[in-house]
Write a protein that binds this ligand. Structure first.
Ligand SMILES: Cc1ncc(COP(=O)(O)O)c(C=O)c1O
Length: 374
């Protein structure tokens, strides 16, 4: 039977293997293993790619969020508005600083923070000191209205851009709206390391300096600590790998977009009871970190596809406001109904670059067999 994995990184690796080998050989010669030249080069390359002034590398996307909130001075008693429909780290970083996540429901078509509801919450809740939206699944959110509201009220806007490298809204790249943006280079991300890695980007020099200090135990001068930071440095080895992969990122993102277009071409005319990801608004450049459909019979469809050798994944089965560790916040089932419904209906199909047109046709055919057979 044909097997279609959710992701296969071996094709990507072959594209950059020799570049990585050269970089690693050079690193073994220079021995700058942590925050060395390769890290600085990668920071410069990311700053240029995103189009911002400063990029500060760190050990993971989770740390990038934590460091951004620390640099913004978020702490006990502060409220931070965010989405319940995201990876856990979006909210855990807020909690870890003693601040309180305030969850706002999402838009049913785009899975992104519902801007109108977020603006309402901002107007009502005076204790909100930061807003942390997520560019989910590779689609850049329109953050113009939230950026304006935050600027008017002196609230810091931090973009969780972990899933959205290369995406844009109205020509503005993800990462260009907030005071800071945090990025993850987890291996399965569109730009993935061979281990954990993360980055914060900002246009603000003072924030950049503070972030660079916070990631090395709050120290600017060796063994002198202005405040208690964390240890979150990027390995040069990962920087070498990421710099090599960055040279191909645009091409790989285009392949993801091509795969999404093919899914759409094959599935849309069939009229199956599934909803495809929101059609790209002309303003959005979606980089399809994930291709997520929604349907009422997600579990039987998923089981059928598994039986056909097709791997799928559920992002995310439990919204953050209903996670056991956040019970103390007092949310109840039904409080954020859109996120709760999406959690039962969303299903990610394989979309990675290197996936063949035949594989996509096989997935679409299997979906057709599932609905035809009922
Ligand atoms: C939206 C989002 N935020 C934060 C993270 C955390 O990144 P990391 O896994 O690199 O710590 C991830 C990825 O895993 C993510 O998808």
């Amino acid at each position: 039977m044909r097997k279609v994995p959710l992701i296969d990184l071996s094709w990507q690796h072959r594209q950059v293997e020799s570049l990585i080998q050269d970089g690693v050989a050079e690193l073994f010669r220079t021995q700058q293993f942590i925050l060395g030249g390769p890290v600085r080069q990668f920071e410069e390359a990311i700053a240029a790619y995103i189009g911002c002034r400063h990029a500060i590398a760190c050990a993971s996307g989770t740390d990038a969020l934590l460091l951004s909130l620390m640099a913004a001075g978020i702490g006990p008693g502060d409220h931070v508005l965010t989405t319940p429909y995201s990876f856990f780290a979006t909210a855990s970083s807020i909690h870890r600083l003693g601040a309180r996540p305030v969850f706002c429901d999402v838009d049913p078509r785009t899975f992104q923070l519902d801007t109108a509801k977020a603006l309402e919450l901002l107007a009502r809740e005076q204790r909100i000191r930061a807003v942390l939206p997520v560019h989910l699944f590779g689609a850049c959110m329109d953050l113009d209205p939230l950026q304006r509201a935050c600027l008017e009220r002196g609230i810091v806007l931090i973009e969780d851009a972990a899933q959205a490298i290369g995406s844009s809204w109205n020509g503005r790249p993800a990462g260009s709206f907030g005071a800071m943006a945090s990025w993850s280079f987890f291996p399965t991300k569109n730009l993935g390391a061979y281990g954990d890695a993360g980055m914060i980007t900002t246009g603000d020099e003072a924030l950049a300096e503070r972030l660079a200090m916070l990631r090395v135990h709050g120290s600017r001068v060796r063994y002198l600590h202005e405040e208690v930071g964390i240890n979150s440095r990027l390995d040069s080895l990962q920087a070498v790998i990421l710099s090599a992969k960055l040279t191909r990122l645009e091409e790989w993102n285009e392949m993801r977009r091509g795969n999404a277009a093919l899914y759409r071409r094959l599935l849309e005319p069939e009229g199956y009871p599934i909803r495809l990801p929101a059609p790209e608004a002309p303003a959005v450049r979606h980089t399809f970190h994930q291709f997520v459909i929604t349907c009422a019979d997600r579990e039987p469809l998923r089981a059928f596809l598994t039986g056909q050798g097709i791997a799928t994944e559920v992002y995310y089965p439990t919204p953050l406001h209903l996670q056991p560790c956040f019970a103390y916040l007092g949310y109840r089932p039904g409080d954020l109904p859109v996120s709760e419904l999406l959690a039962t209906q969303a299903l990610a199909l394989p979309i990675y670059p290197g996936l063949s047109a035949d594989d996509i046709a096989y997935v679409c055919h299997a979906i057709g067999r599932f609905y035809g057979a009922r």
